[in-house]
Design a protein around this ligand. Structure first.
Ligand SMILES: [Zn+2]
Length: 253
């Protein structure tokens, strides 16, 4: 009675998969209602489950899970229905690298068992956009994701006030590399990154949940540095990108 598992069904995105023992697989997935979880798929090779082979990273799927009341019991996946299969579309290496980058950010930025439906929707939308993206559009998708991600995590710094003297910023804003935050003209150092006006309008669009941003090359650089500094200061470590070759079968055709 006490150990009776609870059955759940949820939308999920597969983040990482690895073999476990002779016949099992451990999958890290990000679900809408339960957040990031680790789950086990039992006896993949012996029973030839159809779904086991389909569990590849980046896939959007509907998963059927058993949650055990005992803390040291891993959640168990009993079925996976792929909603959107990535690999049928024969993605380019750029698409795959971007997918890995997107999932790495999620993996580093979101703790286990802490649901965040807004970030789930963002990831879901971003992956869907990436599936159909032309090569030249990938950059826009990634920058939008990065900034939206830190916005939804609640760590997007305010650019209205200086983080050092707390005065409103009326003229120029800078990203202070030492403070990992926004400072005003008089608090900035020569090495700090000037926040351009085009970045400020981008910032405002992100605040308004705009998901379809077009970013010019100058702003692209600012946005990239901005994200990297804020995100790394939040996680407290340099970004680790998931291993592409380990997780993906890149087809060289
Ligand atoms: Zn200041």
């Amino acid at each position: 009675m006490v150990n009776k598992p609870e059955q759940e069904k949820d939308k999920a995105i597969i983040i990482e998969t690895r073999r476990y023992g002779e016949a099992d697989k451990i999958i890290t997935l990000f679900t809408k209602r339960f957040g990031k979880i680790k789950a086990i798929v039992k006896k993949i090779r012996t029973q030839r489950h159809r779904y086991a082979a389909t569990a590849e990273i980046g896939q959007i799927a509907e998963v059927f899970m058993l949650f055990y009341p005992k803390k040291n019991y891993l959640c168990r996946i009993t079925n996976i229905k792929v909603i959107k299969p990535f690999f049928l579309l024969n993605p380019t290496v750029e698409h795959l690298m971007s997918l890995h980058y997107i999932l790495s950010i999620l993996s580093e930025g979101v703790p286990f068992n802490d649901p965040n439906p807004e970030i789930f929707d963002l990831l879901y939308l971003t992956i869907k956009k990436l599936y159909d993206a032309k090569k030249e559009d990938i950059r826009h998708i990634i920058r939008t994701y990065e900034l939206s991600f830190i916005n939804k995590l609640g760590i997007l710094p305010s650019i209205e006030f200086c983080s050092k003297c707390w005065q409103p910023i009326n003229s120029n804003a800078y990203l202070s590399f030492s403070l990992k935050n926004i400072v005003c003209d008089s608090c900035s150092r020569a090495s700090d990154l000037k926040i351009t006006s085009s970045f400020i309008s981008l910032y405002k669009s992100i605040k308004q949940d705009c998901t379809d941003l077009k970013i010019d090359y100058t702003t692209d650089l600012t946005a990239r540095l901005f994200f990297r500094h804020i995100f790394q200061s939040y996680t407290g470590k340099p970004m680790k990108i998931l291993n592409v070759r380990k997780n993906l079968k890149i087809q060289n055709k």
